[in-house]
Design a protein around this ligand. Structure first.
Ligand code: M6R
Length: 364
């Protein structure tokens, strides 16, 4: 049942305020400004290293979480793609926690990587959407994301729910390790509880994004740029676009532009710049100006302040609400998903069942 939407993907994008609220209710119950984990939970005070492994969109959720664990909890993190990790047979030093992220919980490479870590890591955690899945069953602690069934092959609501749970886990780690005061924790809790409303107002930009997507649908290649927490989101935006619209898309950390990809910029190249008015805004805008100077078509996704400050010469601007900086990837996922969705619709591709792809990759 598509609930009145044309595609499951559209329905699942629209469901995000609701499913995220459900995840928040479980991990940040209203009675207390502390993170609550299921079962025995996990204590991060003696943990020295976190290794996160996944594939595809779940991998980008891990890359995002690396920024949170390192910046907020001061915990060193390694992130890897499951198909690389499993055959590299990396050493797992003591006091390592291994964390696997998978919507389906059945991805063959992720499951093999998990099995490799059994008996080696201190504890195996997973962040899954299907609680009965193999990955959930074979972990010491499975953290459900409460996204509900995801039918569209392109992952959307599972991604933002994974991010929400991973952020909660990073906050728990920060508290356990003495890097977050109770006041700071309650500030985060308040901001996170505000996310469902913030996501709803982001969804109101649907029409503006649809119009931008009409133009993007004519491109052969699209570049995505982001810095800091917006870099993994740029990777996710590019994956989403190529999966369902078949337009070649690539993402770079904005600071890498000069190291090669700037050679691609000309008047035919749309460049999606994800840049909230945050601590890295000035740096990110200076990269955006390098694109503009070469006549690249900049699609700027920012907030009102960011657009007022730097949006004058852009091809088009999409306005997002303001959120606490750490929460921006959860919010900016919405325009990235809608852009891919409307571009695919404009091109007439099969949005829910893109060619050559399966929802769950259970063979390697
Ligand atoms: O079920 P999983 O989260 O383990 O799946 C991982 C990837 O196969 C998945 O995220 C894939 O990249 C999606 N098609 C992305 O939209």
């Amino acid at each position: 049942d598509k609930g009145g939407h044309k595609h499951f993907m559209a329905k699942e994008i629209a469901e995000q305020p609701h499913v995220i609220a459900e995840a928040i209710r479980h991990y940040l119950p209203v009675e207390e400004d502390a993170v609550r984990l299921p079962g025995e939970g996990v204590d991060f005070s003696g943990v020295e290293r976190l290794t996160m492994v996944a594939c595809g969109t779940a991998y980008y959720a891990c890359v995002t979480a690396k920024y949170w664990f390192e910046q907020i909890a001061r915990l060193p993190v390694e992130v890897d793609i499951a198909s690389e990790f499993r055959y590299r047979e990396p050493p797992i030093p003591g006091k390592t926690l291994a964390l696997f992220v998978s919507q389906s919980g059945e991805t063959a490479d992720t499951l093999a990587a998990l099995r490799y870590c059994q008996e080696k890591a201190d504890k195996i955690l997973s962040v899954v959407n299907v609680p009965e899945s193999s990955i959930a069953r074979e972990s010491d602690l499975a953290l459900p994301i409460f996204a509900g069934p995801e039918i569209g092959v392109a992952s959307t609501k599972a991604f933002t729910c994974q991010l929400t749970v991973l952020l909660a886990l990073a906050l728990k780690a920060a508290c356990d390790r003495g890097h977050l005061s109770p006041e700071e924790m309650s500030e985060y809790a308040t901001a996170i509880r505000g996310l469902p409303n913030v996501l709803s107002s982001a969804l109101e930009q649907n029409e503006a994004i649809r119009l931008a997507a009409q133009k993007v649908s004519e491109a052969r290649d699209v570049l995505f740029l982001g810095r800091g927490l917006m870099f993994p989101l740029a990777l996710e935006g590019a994956l989403k676009l190529k999966e369902i619209s078949y337009i070649h898309a690539e993402a770079y950390a904005s600071g890498e532009l000069k190291h090669g990809p700037i050679a691609l910029i000309d008047k035919n190249m749309p460049v999606v710049v994800l840049t909230p008015r945050d601590s890295l805004f000035d740096k990110s805008v200076s990269n955006m100006q390098e694109v503009l100077a070469r006549k690249g078509k900049v699609l700027m996704i920012s907030d009102q302040d960011g657009i007022d400050e730097a949006g004058d010469d852009v091809w088009c601007a999409i306005r997002m609400p303001r959120v606490k900086e750490a929460l921006s990837p959860i919010l900016y996922a919405i325009p990235a998903q809608l852009l891919a969705y409307h571009t695919a619709v404009a091109k007439g591709t099969d949005v829910d069942q893109p060619r050559n792809l399966a929802k769950s990759v259970t063979v390697e």
